[in-house]
Design a protein around this ligand. Sequence first.
Ligand code: 4G3
Length: 247
Amino acid sequence: MRFDILTLFPDMFPPVLNESIIGRAKQDGFIKINTVNIRDFSRDKHRKTDDYPYGGGNGMVMMAQPIYDAYLSVTEGLSYKPKVIYLSPQGKLLNQELVNELSTCDHFILLCGHYEGVDERIIEEIVDEEISIGDYVLTGGELPAMVLIDALTRTIPGVLASKDSYLEESHNNGLLEYPQYTRPYEFNGRKVPDILLSGHHANIKRWRRQQSLLRTYKKRPDLFNKLELSEEDRKLLHEALNNEGNV
Ligand code: 4G3
Protein backbone atom coordinates (compact mmCIF):
# COMPACT_ATOMS: atom_id res chain seq x y z
CA MET A 1 0.00 0.00 0.00
CA ARG A 2 1.34 3.39 -0.95
CA PHE A 3 0.52 6.72 0.72
CA ASP A 4 1.44 10.11 -0.69
CA ILE A 5 0.62 12.86 1.80
CA LEU A 6 0.09 16.45 0.64
CA THR A 7 0.79 18.64 3.67
CA LEU A 8 2.30 21.89 4.92
CA PHE A 9 3.83 20.00 7.86
CA PRO A 10 5.74 16.97 6.54
CA ASP A 11 7.88 16.82 9.73
CA MET A 12 4.85 15.71 11.75
CA PHE A 13 4.77 12.26 10.15
CA PRO A 14 8.05 10.37 10.70
CA PRO A 15 8.06 10.51 14.54
CA VAL A 16 4.66 8.80 14.59
CA LEU A 17 4.83 6.52 11.57
CA ASN A 18 8.34 5.16 12.19
CA GLU A 19 7.32 3.63 15.54
CA SER A 20 5.79 0.33 16.55
CA ILE A 21 3.78 -1.80 14.13
CA ILE A 22 3.47 0.89 11.44
CA GLY A 23 7.25 1.49 11.58
CA ARG A 24 7.87 -2.22 11.12
CA ALA A 25 5.31 -2.44 8.29
CA LYS A 26 7.30 0.35 6.58
CA GLN A 27 10.62 -1.39 7.12
CA ASP A 28 9.21 -4.70 5.90
CA GLY A 29 7.91 -3.06 2.71
CA PHE A 30 4.18 -3.54 3.37
CA ILE A 31 3.65 0.22 3.02
CA LYS A 32 5.44 3.16 1.43
CA ILE A 33 4.89 6.64 2.82
CA ASN A 34 5.94 9.77 0.94
CA THR A 35 5.26 13.30 2.12
CA VAL A 36 4.94 16.18 -0.33
CA ASN A 37 5.38 19.68 1.05
CA ILE A 38 2.67 21.81 -0.55
CA ARG A 39 4.81 24.89 0.14
CA ASP A 40 7.41 23.63 -2.34
CA PHE A 41 4.82 24.22 -5.06
CA SER A 42 4.01 27.83 -4.19
CA ARG A 43 4.82 30.28 -7.00
CA ASP A 44 4.92 33.18 -4.59
CA LYS A 45 8.26 34.77 -3.65
CA HIS A 46 7.32 34.38 0.03
CA ARG A 47 6.22 30.75 -0.56
CA LYS A 48 2.65 31.70 0.39
CA THR A 49 0.09 28.87 0.20
CA ASP A 50 -3.03 30.54 1.64
CA ASP A 51 -5.06 33.66 0.95
CA TYR A 52 -8.06 35.62 2.20
CA PRO A 53 -11.50 34.15 1.53
CA TYR A 54 -13.58 35.71 -1.28
CA GLY A 55 -16.62 37.29 0.34
CA GLY A 56 -14.69 38.08 3.50
CA GLY A 57 -14.77 36.33 6.85
CA ASN A 58 -12.33 34.90 9.33
CA GLY A 59 -9.26 32.85 8.65
CA MET A 60 -7.43 31.92 5.50
CA VAL A 61 -8.08 29.48 2.70
CA MET A 62 -5.47 27.19 1.17
CA MET A 63 -4.94 28.12 -2.46
CA ALA A 64 -5.82 25.65 -5.21
CA GLN A 65 -2.66 26.02 -7.33
CA PRO A 66 0.06 24.79 -4.90
CA ILE A 67 -2.11 21.82 -3.88
CA TYR A 68 -2.88 20.97 -7.49
CA ASP A 69 0.77 21.11 -8.52
CA ALA A 70 1.74 18.96 -5.51
CA TYR A 71 -0.93 16.47 -6.62
CA LEU A 72 0.40 16.48 -10.22
CA SER A 73 3.93 15.82 -8.95
CA VAL A 74 2.63 12.55 -7.48
CA THR A 75 0.39 11.43 -10.35
CA GLU A 76 2.69 12.41 -13.23
CA GLY A 77 3.55 9.29 -15.19
CA LEU A 78 1.05 7.04 -13.42
CA SER A 79 -1.27 5.03 -15.66
CA TYR A 80 -4.01 5.01 -13.01
CA LYS A 81 -5.53 7.51 -10.59
CA PRO A 82 -4.72 6.92 -6.90
CA LYS A 83 -7.64 7.39 -4.51
CA VAL A 84 -7.49 10.98 -3.26
CA ILE A 85 -8.81 11.46 0.27
CA TYR A 86 -9.37 14.84 1.89
CA LEU A 87 -9.40 14.70 5.68
CA SER A 88 -11.97 17.20 6.91
CA PRO A 89 -14.65 17.67 9.58
CA GLN A 90 -17.20 17.70 6.72
CA GLY A 91 -16.25 14.20 5.58
CA LYS A 92 -17.93 10.84 5.96
CA LEU A 93 -17.29 9.45 9.45
CA LEU A 94 -14.53 6.87 9.53
CA ASN A 95 -15.37 3.50 11.05
CA GLN A 96 -13.99 -0.02 10.65
CA GLU A 97 -16.45 -0.80 7.86
CA LEU A 98 -15.18 2.16 5.80
CA VAL A 99 -11.57 1.19 6.59
CA ASN A 100 -12.25 -2.33 5.29
CA GLU A 101 -13.80 -0.96 2.09
CA LEU A 102 -10.86 1.40 1.48
CA SER A 103 -8.36 -1.40 2.12
CA THR A 104 -9.06 -2.88 -1.33
CA CYS A 105 -7.25 0.14 -2.79
CA ASP A 106 -3.44 0.17 -2.86
CA HIS A 107 -2.48 3.77 -3.60
CA PHE A 108 -3.78 6.75 -1.66
CA ILE A 109 -3.11 10.45 -1.84
CA LEU A 110 -4.03 12.08 1.48
CA LEU A 111 -4.71 15.80 1.41
CA CYS A 112 -4.22 17.56 4.75
CA GLY A 113 -5.97 20.89 5.08
CA HIS A 114 -5.38 23.73 7.51
CA TYR A 115 -6.94 27.06 8.40
CA GLU A 116 -10.53 27.17 7.24
CA GLY A 117 -9.91 24.46 4.65
CA VAL A 118 -8.97 24.43 0.99
CA ASP A 119 -10.38 26.22 -2.05
CA GLU A 120 -13.56 24.30 -2.94
CA ARG A 121 -12.40 23.82 -6.53
CA ILE A 122 -9.57 21.54 -5.41
CA ILE A 123 -12.18 19.23 -3.86
CA GLU A 124 -14.17 19.21 -7.10
CA GLU A 125 -11.06 18.70 -9.21
CA ILE A 126 -9.07 15.98 -7.43
CA VAL A 127 -10.80 14.61 -4.30
CA ASP A 128 -12.52 11.21 -4.46
CA GLU A 129 -13.52 10.88 -0.81
CA GLU A 130 -13.84 13.36 2.02
CA ILE A 131 -13.34 11.60 5.34
CA SER A 132 -13.62 12.71 8.98
CA ILE A 133 -12.16 10.79 11.91
CA GLY A 134 -14.80 12.16 14.31
CA ASP A 135 -17.11 15.06 15.03
CA TYR A 136 -14.59 17.56 16.33
CA VAL A 137 -12.27 20.12 14.78
CA LEU A 138 -8.47 19.90 14.82
CA THR A 139 -5.84 22.42 13.71
CA GLY A 140 -5.02 20.33 10.64
CA GLY A 141 -5.68 17.15 8.72
CA GLU A 142 -2.27 15.63 9.58
CA LEU A 143 -3.35 13.69 12.67
CA PRO A 144 -6.46 12.36 10.87
CA ALA A 145 -4.21 11.27 7.95
CA MET A 146 -1.99 9.35 10.38
CA VAL A 147 -5.05 7.75 11.97
CA LEU A 148 -6.22 6.60 8.54
CA ILE A 149 -2.77 5.25 7.60
CA ASP A 150 -2.64 3.29 10.87
CA ALA A 151 -6.14 1.85 10.42
CA LEU A 152 -5.42 0.85 6.80
CA THR A 153 -1.93 -0.56 7.43
CA ARG A 154 -3.15 -3.01 10.05
CA THR A 155 -5.60 -4.53 7.54
CA ILE A 156 -2.72 -5.63 5.27
CA PRO A 157 -2.18 -9.40 5.52
CA GLY A 158 1.12 -10.06 7.33
CA VAL A 159 1.30 -6.74 9.20
CA LEU A 160 -0.33 -8.11 12.34
CA ALA A 161 0.60 -11.47 13.81
CA SER A 162 -1.98 -13.77 12.20
CA LYS A 163 -3.33 -14.74 15.62
CA ASP A 164 -4.55 -11.17 16.10
CA SER A 165 -6.03 -10.85 12.63
CA TYR A 166 -7.90 -7.57 12.52
CA LEU A 167 -10.93 -9.38 11.08
CA GLU A 168 -11.61 -11.22 14.33
CA GLU A 169 -11.55 -8.29 16.65
CA SER A 170 -13.68 -5.58 18.10
CA HIS A 171 -15.68 -3.60 15.54
CA ASN A 172 -15.44 -6.22 12.83
CA ASN A 173 -18.26 -8.28 14.28
CA GLY A 174 -19.94 -5.11 15.60
CA LEU A 175 -19.16 -6.10 19.20
CA LEU A 176 -16.74 -4.63 21.71
CA GLU A 177 -13.93 -6.81 23.00
CA TYR A 178 -14.24 -8.83 26.20
CA PRO A 179 -12.14 -7.86 29.26
CA GLN A 180 -8.53 -9.09 29.35
CA TYR A 181 -6.36 -9.97 32.35
CA THR A 182 -2.75 -10.96 32.87
CA ARG A 183 -0.60 -11.68 35.91
CA PRO A 184 -0.72 -11.12 38.84
CA TYR A 185 -3.87 -12.99 39.87
CA GLU A 186 -4.61 -10.29 42.43
CA PHE A 187 -3.99 -6.55 41.93
CA ASN A 188 -4.96 -3.99 44.62
CA GLY A 189 -7.34 -6.60 46.02
CA ARG A 190 -9.01 -7.24 42.63
CA LYS A 191 -8.91 -10.85 41.46
CA VAL A 192 -9.05 -12.26 37.95
CA PRO A 193 -12.48 -13.86 37.26
CA ASP A 194 -12.08 -17.51 38.28
CA ILE A 195 -13.59 -18.86 35.08
CA LEU A 196 -10.45 -17.72 33.21
CA LEU A 197 -8.35 -20.02 35.43
CA SER A 198 -10.73 -22.98 35.11
CA GLY A 199 -9.13 -24.39 31.98
CA HIS A 200 -12.64 -25.10 30.63
CA HIS A 201 -12.33 -23.68 27.12
CA ALA A 202 -15.99 -23.89 26.13
CA ASN A 203 -17.06 -22.04 29.29
CA ILE A 204 -14.36 -19.41 28.80
CA LYS A 205 -15.51 -18.84 25.24
CA ARG A 206 -19.12 -18.51 26.40
CA TRP A 207 -18.15 -16.07 29.19
CA ARG A 208 -16.15 -13.91 26.78
CA ARG A 209 -19.03 -13.77 24.31
CA GLN A 210 -21.32 -12.80 27.17
CA GLN A 211 -18.96 -10.03 28.29
CA SER A 212 -18.71 -8.69 24.73
CA LEU A 213 -22.50 -8.54 24.47
CA LEU A 214 -22.87 -6.95 27.91
CA ARG A 215 -20.21 -4.32 27.25
CA THR A 216 -21.62 -3.38 23.88
CA TYR A 217 -25.11 -3.11 25.42
CA LYS A 218 -23.91 -0.91 28.29
CA LYS A 219 -21.13 1.17 26.72
CA ARG A 220 -22.25 1.50 23.10
CA PRO A 221 -26.02 1.31 22.74
CA ASP A 222 -25.62 2.81 19.24
CA LEU A 223 -23.58 -0.24 18.12
CA PHE A 224 -25.80 -2.62 20.08
CA ASN A 225 -28.95 -1.46 18.28
CA LYS A 226 -27.39 -2.34 14.91
CA LEU A 227 -26.79 -5.98 15.94
CA GLU A 228 -28.95 -8.86 14.81
CA LEU A 229 -28.58 -11.19 17.77
CA SER A 230 -29.09 -14.95 17.63
CA GLU A 231 -31.41 -16.56 20.18
CA GLU A 232 -28.28 -17.93 21.88
CA ASP A 233 -26.76 -14.41 22.21
CA ARG A 234 -30.06 -13.00 23.50
CA LYS A 235 -30.09 -15.65 26.24
CA LEU A 236 -26.44 -14.97 27.14
CA LEU A 237 -27.08 -11.26 27.51
CA HIS A 238 -30.25 -11.78 29.52
CA GLU A 239 -28.42 -14.12 31.84
CA ALA A 240 -25.68 -11.49 32.40
CA LEU A 241 -28.21 -8.70 33.02
CA ASN A 242 -30.14 -10.94 35.43
CA ASN A 243 -26.98 -11.66 37.38
CA GLU A 244 -26.40 -7.95 37.77
CA GLY A 245 -29.98 -7.38 38.86
CA ASN A 246 -30.76 -5.32 35.77
CA VAL A 247 -33.81 -7.33 34.67
C1 4G3 B 1 -10.56 21.07 6.36
C2 4G3 B 1 -10.11 16.83 9.89
C3 4G3 B 1 -9.54 20.68 7.20
C4 4G3 B 1 -11.53 21.94 6.79
C5 4G3 B 1 -9.42 18.02 9.70
C6 4G3 B 1 -10.41 22.05 8.91
C7 4G3 B 1 -10.79 17.62 12.03
C8 4G3 B 1 -10.82 16.64 11.07
C9 4G3 B 1 -9.45 21.18 8.47
C10 4G3 B 1 -11.45 22.42 8.08
C11 4G3 B 1 -9.46 18.98 10.69
C12 4G3 B 1 -11.57 15.37 11.32
C13 4G3 B 1 -8.36 20.75 9.38
N1 4G3 B 1 -10.14 18.75 11.85
N2 4G3 B 1 -12.55 15.41 12.21
N3 4G3 B 1 -8.86 20.21 10.60
O1 4G3 B 1 -11.29 14.36 10.68
O2 4G3 B 1 -12.42 23.25 8.53
